[in-house]
Design a protein around this ligand. Structure first.
Ligand code: CTP
Ligand code: MG
Length: 229
């Protein structure tokens, strides 16, 4: 299933504490942003990439696109203060596609096979998100005291990509904007339309580069994939 992808890349990486946007940090000698872009550059089903970036970082990003031969970027939009606003900027301009994926630029290890299942599922049902089953015992805690043990069978950890029919995502974003609603992912915006969102089982290595520990995990994932090949 053909799709276009929106990659929000306009964060600050505060939790990484690198003093710069974490997406410029390197894993195995290559910027995290390029690792993520390469997945979509190489995926035949991806017909275009829409980036959101801070104005002051757009020139550096354009240089990296040239340097690493990333040719599928159709536009770099100006990101906002919140991730949702960055995604929104791209949703407003994305065109020429029935299926749109939104994927954190900070998740470089997404598998092509999961992307493909997400795009197919979005085509079938309108909205699908990547997720993995919770592995640990989960408890609801208030003020440091356990209130209850939550049934783990029903708990999923949600990742990106999140895939949508273009019309569904556009409506969800317009409604959220009109209502001043801020969600933590795109699925939340679609859920509040009353539209079902399907889970597509993903992999535990689709981690988001968030803290310094993740750089160590990231290097390990790259190494283990190199050994597999
Ligand atoms: N993002 C964005 N615009 C924002 C905030 C985040 O485009 N205003 C992007 C980030 O660049 C990242 C993705 O959304 O690719 C996921 O966000 P997160 O992991 O939280 O990254 P940061 O916001 O950069 O990190 P932190 O929250 O630690 O500052
Ligand atoms: Mg953030």
């Amino acid at each position: 299933m053909k799709y276009e992808v929106i990659l929000p890349a306009a964060g600050s990486g505060k939790r990484m504490g690198a003093g710069e946007n974490k997406l410029f940090l390197k894993l195995n000698g290559i910027p995290i942003l390029i690792h993520t872009l390469n997945v979509f550059q190489e995926d035949q089903d991806c017909s275009g990439i829409w980036l959101a970036a801070k104005p002051e970082e757009q020139d550096d990003i354009r240089s990296l696109l040239d340097e690493y031969g990333i040719t599928k970027v159709k536009s770099i939009e100006t990101g906002g203060d919140e991730r949702q606003h960055s995604v929104q900027a791209c949703v407003k301009v994305v065109e020429g596609t029935d299926i749109v994926l939104v994927h954190d630029a900070a998740r470089p290890f997404i598998h092509k096979e999961v992307i493909s299942r997400l795009a197919d599922e979005a085509d079938r049902s309108g909205a699908a998100v990547a997720g993995v089953r919770a592995k640990d015992t989960m408890k609801l805690v208030e003020d440091g005291v356990i209130q209850e043990t939550v049934n783990r069978e029903n708990l999923w950890i949600i990742q990106t990509p999140q895939a949508f029919k273009s019309s569904v995502l556009k409506e969800a974003e317009e409604r959220a904007e009109a209502d001043g609603f801020l969600g933590t992912d795109e699925a939340m915006l679609v859920e509040r339309l009353g539209h079902p969102v399907t889970i597509v089982e993903s992999t535990y290595d689709n981690i988001k580069m968030t803290t310094v520990d993740d750089l160590i995990f990231g290097e390990a994932i790259i190494k283990s994939r190199q050994e597999e090949n």
